[in-house]
Each structure stands twice: as structure tokens, then as C-alpha cells.
Write a protein that binds this ligand. Sequence first.
Ligand code: FAD
Length: 411
Amino acid sequence: MTLASVVIVGAGQAGFQVAASLRHEGYDGRIPLIGDEPGLPYQRPPLSKAYLLGKIQATNLLFRPADFYTTQRIELLHDQATAIDRLNRRVVLASGAAVSYDHLVLATGAHNRPLPVPGAELPQVFGIKTKADADALAPLAKEARNVVVIGAGFIGLEFAAVAAALGANVHVLELGERPMARAVSREMSELFRQSHEAWGVHFDFRQGLSRIDGDNGRVCAVQTGDGRALPADLVVFGIGVIPNAQLATEAGLDIENGIKVDASLLTSDSRISAVGDVASFPCLQNDEQHTRLESVQNAIDQARAVAARLMGKPAPYSALPWFWTDQGDLKLQIAGLSNGYDSTVVLGSVEDKQVSVLCFRQDRLVAVESCNRIGDHMAARKLLARAPKLTAAEAAADGFDLKVWEAANRD
Ligand code: FAD
């Protein structure tokens, strides 16, 4: 290994993992890890779920305690990277300092798409991205009586489940026609809709909002697109994210819905890689179209792949995408990508909330969504990683068991 320093911009899930994996692989050079958030690097998933309910403490969010960074010689710099000087291979920081690199990894993540309506600036209107967001939101969530959630995607629904559990009246506005429509099948959407309604959550589909009203600087109502005023003392929105690609754009790197990378996660500059939420990569499971995935699995696996490449073990990135969300008593785990599916087979019992939906495209299994069926999810991950020959007809046969089929078809 001849690289004297690998600089990482972004100390979130992917940036942290690049640093940890480099050391794990035996890299001995410098690793400056530049992050613009305060404190030690932490995980985000609990921020919209267990952390808000007080079930997880702040220290449990941390990837590693402080001494890890010292012993692993990872130089955590609390600063913001403001420019990449590619000619001189330096990253310029907001503090005025500059850090030289032999290789640079961009792991800058994404920020919440802002809510484009009057009133969005009121202090009781939240997107959830950072620990600071969750810390400010938690006490308001505990006191709120009327909560309006904008967007029935993962984050919106995770928060809706939390707010309902805390005793609030919860109203969800969603422009689409069903929950989590971009990511899950109709069958799974339906199970989640029914469960949320049973917890007291009210849905308004095909519905937007025109503004948020305040009274003395406090949210008091949300005006729906069709002219109704919903009482509200707290508004939480989750309407998608925008990749933090500005640094890369200004440095002249190729951009395509995020920082464009090739199959080995290199940008258009062979000295710079990009990983995690910000990286748009040719995704095997999406017909090699450039795709951005927002998940812990994607951040970790891409980080590991880059660390391995930098340590002389290059391989095209091909990890199977998987994802999870926790809402109330529902744990949904998704293996593969279901976009473009044309048929489904449902296993299990909707009544018991233990369901797996197998999604097929042209009779090829492309994704398995498992709700409270962890065994199916684990089997699906193994199966999908090796292009299974399972047909929809086989899966629909009486007594079909995904785990048994997986074990019997391991050749
Ligand atoms: P991030 O973790 O967002 O880290 C990027 C970091 O870079 C940030 O700290 C940012 O401030 C910093 N940064 C950006 N620009 C600069 C700069 N110029 N200089 C210095 N620092 C910079 N995924 C799942 O799989 N399951 C879940 O249940 C789940 N739940 C989630 C819940 C919430 C509330 C959120 C927000 C995300 C959730 N995710 C979940 C998604 C998952 O957390 C992300 O996909 C993952 O964190 C992406 O890692 P990343 O390193 O690419 O980006």
C-alpha cells in the first residue's frame, strides 16, 4: 500500500465505516475523517424510532466510543469541507485549514428535501435527519396532541407510529395513493395502512398541503390541498432527500442524481471515490442503471468495498440491497429491489401480521418483503444473492416454505 493518506469527507455511517474498514484491512497511513456534525459519529436509524421513545440512550447511538478513534489513529476533524482542490489533491475546510490526500472518499450523505410551503419555518415543524433534530423533537412529541405527518414514506410512518404510541392524534398527508409506495408492494402497503389505522393514525392519500398556520409563532393548523384546516401542534415531514453533491459538483466531478461512480465506486477522478447515500452507482439489481440507495446496508457494504479496493483487493460492487423499518409492532425487512415487479406471492398470515411478499419480474424473484418473518428475510438474502430459479408458481404451491426451499437449492 503506497497511499500515505486517505481523507474521508462525511463522518456518518459510510464515512465511519471506510475508516474502520481501512484499519481492519491493515492500512497504516493517515485517515483524516472530516465531519461537520458535533460529537462522535453515530447511527441514524433509531432517531425516528426507539430514540424518540426513550428506549435507546444517546451513547447507544455511537458507532464506537472516543478511545476507538485514538487507538485506531483515525483523525476525527470537526469541520466542514468547502472545496476540493483536485490539482493539488487537497480538501479545503471552513476553518481555513487544508488537508492533503492521496485518495479522497466522499461520504457526504443527503439532506432532507425541504417542505415548500409557507409556515414551514415555524419551530414546531421538523424533518428528522440528525441527532440534533431528534433531540429537539423528542420533548415536543411527548406533549403533542395533534400531529400532522407529511409524507407516508419510511421516516414519516416511523414517526407516525411513535406519535400514536405517545398518545397523539396523528394525521398523515400523502400525495401518492398508498403508504411507502416507492419501496414496497401493494400488499405490504395495505398491511401497514391497516395497522397504522388500528393504532389510530388517520391517512389522507392523494393529498398535499398548501400552508402551515401559526399563532403567536406556534403551529396551530395545517391547510390541506383541498382546503381543510387540520388542527396541529406538531408537524413532521419526510418527503425525500437531496444528495449532498455540491462539493463534487463544484470540483467538476460527474453528477447524476448524486455523485456518479463506476462499478468500483470510483468517481470521474480516479483519486476520488464516493459511497453511501450520495453515490449514484451502476446497480446490478436495477439492470445496472445508476441508482442511489439510502440504507445502512448500502453505506456499510460500499464503504467496505472501497476500503478493500484501496488495499489492493478490487472487485465490482455487487452487494444485494436490503433494508428494514420498524413501525409499532411491525418489523419490515426487504431484500432486493422490487421496482418493476409484475407479480407477487404472499406467504403467511395477514391477521397475525406475519407476512412475506415475494415480488417477481418476468417470473424472476427480485425482492422479498418480510414483516415479522425474520427467517424468511434471512433466507431471501441468501437466495437473492445467487440469482434463484424459484418461479411464482412454485412459491404459490400449498405448503411452500421459503427457508426450506432455500436450504434445498444451494447448488
Ligand atoms: P450520513 O449518515 O447522512 O452521513 C453523512 C455525513 O456527512 C453527515 O454527518 C453530514 O453532516 C456530513 N457532511 C456532509 N457534507 C459535509 C461536508 N462538506 N463536510 C463535512 N461533513 C459533511 N436506513 C436503514 O437501512 N434502516 C433504517 O431503519 C433507517 N432509518 C433511518 C432513520 C432516519 C431518521 C434517517 C435520517 C435515516 C435512516 N436510514 C435507515 C438511512 C441511513 O441512516 C442512511 O442511509 C445512512 O446514514 C447513509 O450513510 P451516509 O454515510 O451515506 O450518510
